[in-house]
Ligand binder design. Structure first.
Ligand SMILES: Nc1ncnc2c1ncn2[C@@H]1O[C@H](COP(=O)(O)OP(=O)(O)O)[C@@H](O)[C@H]1O
Ligand SMILES: Nc1ccn([C@H]2C[C@H](O)[C@@H](COP(=O)(O)OP(=O)(O)O)O2)c(=O)n1
Length: 251
């Protein structure tokens, strides 16, 4: 493999396992784009709330998505930018107000179908990409060159999320945001056990750098298995840093 070869890496896992941070840095080192599919679920949730939609009305939510103009940047070397119809919502989608409601979209089968289609379009539009979420290894990109389930113990995931939020959260609130949300989200998607052909990477006892290295090793081994030589060096992805999801791709 050299950085001109096509490469798709799929990473799934529960909340706080390190999917976003580890995938982003691995993408940067691989000269690949980075797709945070969770940001898409969050942005759609916020767009629906802004439009005054009832999130439990699954048909209305699904019908709303194609016109919502959600965009998520894909350059891992730049800070993430998320927009709804041109308006920047990068920070707003991380607010507890959204985190507490996003599972309503994540458990809406029609909404998932539309978002999966959009995510496949983004993946197809990049020569090299690392995509992460809950169903990338199984539904969005089951043919990815490398498929990884990134896990960590509940204790490690709660600790990491607590540190990430600056120690501001009560134990109860953290549990609701991490394990509570995972419980809701797993109604339609299994992201706790690896599907056939998916490599489990348990980061409980690994630090951040060790986890990135372990992921890059899995990618290198997978690509070698496909008959290419591994290489992990920084290189800018050739595509636009910000990717607009094609509206015609929506159901
Ligand atoms: N192996 C690791 N060891 C220690 N901290 C980690 C590790 N992996 C990720 N982190 C940190 O844990 C926090 C949660 O990671 P994040 O990537 O947001 O997880 P996820 O996307 O799975 O919810 C971040 O602050 C991140 O820097
Ligand atoms: N491929 C995906 C990605 C995210 N989701 C859902 C699950 C989560 O509740 C939300 C937000 O995802 P995100 O990755 O930002 O979640 P974390 O806060 O990092 O745990 O979207 C999903 O159902 N499928």
């Amino acid at each position: 493999m050299n950085t001109t070869d096509r490469l798709v890496v799929a990473v799934d896992g529960p909340s706080g396992s390190g999917k976003s941070s580890v995938s982003r840095e691995a993408a940067r080192r691989l000269g690949a784009a980075y797709l945070d599919t969770g940001a898409m679920y969050r942005a759609v949730t916020l767009a629906c709330l802004d439009a005054g939609l009832d999130l439990t009305d699954q048909d209305a939510v699904a019908a709303f998505i194609p016109g919502s103009e959600v965009t998520v940047s894909t350059d891992p070397a730049q800070p993430q930018v998320v927009r709804i119809a041109g308006r920047e919502v990068t920070e707003a989608i991380r607010e507890p107000f959204v985190s507490e409601r996003v599972s309503a979209v994540a458990t809406n089968p029609r909404a998932r179908e539309i978002l999966v289609g959009l995510q496949r379009d983004v993946i197809a539009s990049h020569r090299r990409i690392v995509a992460e979420g809950r169903d990338i290894t199984t539904v969005v990109a089951p043919d990815a060159d490398a498929r990884v389930l990134l896990t960590a113990s509940e204790e490690a995931r709660l600790r990491r999320r607590g540190l990430q939020l600056g120690g501001t959260q009560s134990e109860e609130s953290l549990a609701a945001q991490v394990t509570g949300r995972d419980r809701k989200d797993s109604a339609l998607v299994n992201f706790t056990t690896a599907a056939d052909g998916v490599v489990t990477l348990d980061s409980s006892d690994l630090d951040f750098e060790q986890t990135i290295q372990a992921l890059l090793d899995i990618v290198a081994a997978a690509v070698q298995g496909e008959g290419q030589a591994p290489q992990a060096q920084p290189q800018e992805d050739q595509h636009e840093p910000e990717q607009r999801e094609p509206r015609q791709a929506q159901a």
